[in-house]
Design a protein around this ligand. Sequence first.
Ligand code: ATP
Length: 236
Amino acid sequence: MDTILQIKDLNVSYGSVAALKGLSFDVKAGEIVVLIGANGAGKTTTLRTISGLVKPKKGEVIFEGKRIDHMEAHKIVYLGISHAPEGRRIFGTLTVHENLILGAYTRKEVDKSTLEWIYNLFPRLKERSKQLAGTLSGGEQQMLAVGRALMSKPRLLLLDEPSLGLSPTLTKIIFDTVKQIRNNGVTILMVEQNAKAALKFANRGYVLEVGKIVLSGTADELSSSPKIVEAYLGKK
Ligand code: ATP
């Protein structure tokens, strides 16, 4: 499998606070990879650095063989990386449809087949296309955030805590849809606090602790690692 994303020795600081301290990992094309870690471990910072919202002090981000860590965020979207941020950040006073159209801002015109694909992935959004996004339920807003990120037709999709605040049933719907998105040729890198659910459907995972990878493996390996079970999965 080809490597689609390579992170090499990434160091990121906010003022005097070091958030990433020599982070290195990779993602292969066609994988679903999950980043697991405690609050403050640097998971969101990792995604924000890949999408160009935060600039590293040191290190490299390489996408499809090209160095992108110095590039502006909108150019990175154009190259093929899209980010559905934590907290959804949808436009509450616009309709579902308008929010989706805005996701295509890097494309000159809205691609009808992409819109149809997204409405097929999330029939709930289709039903509610004229509803104001601010009145959607938490799960529906999450669907919209993912749908909007897909409008730029990414080859790599970054998802920050897609299951945050969702019931187990909705979490399963979101994760099943993420799998379908991957099956449509989009590679997925996601951050999840819900390690148990994420490791059930991801291919591989990395564990972050204070800005560094401390453990990595296939989802099966991580699910059965005593350290992971104790720290993130809870005793059964
Ligand atoms: P969580 O699971 O709680 O969302 P996380 O693993 O995503 O955590 P980050 O949000 O990447 O962690 O934060 C890593 C560290 O950087 C934390 O110590 C955090 O307080 C700090 N940090 C993040 N954003 C900023 C900022 N804008 N200014 C200052 N410090 C920040």
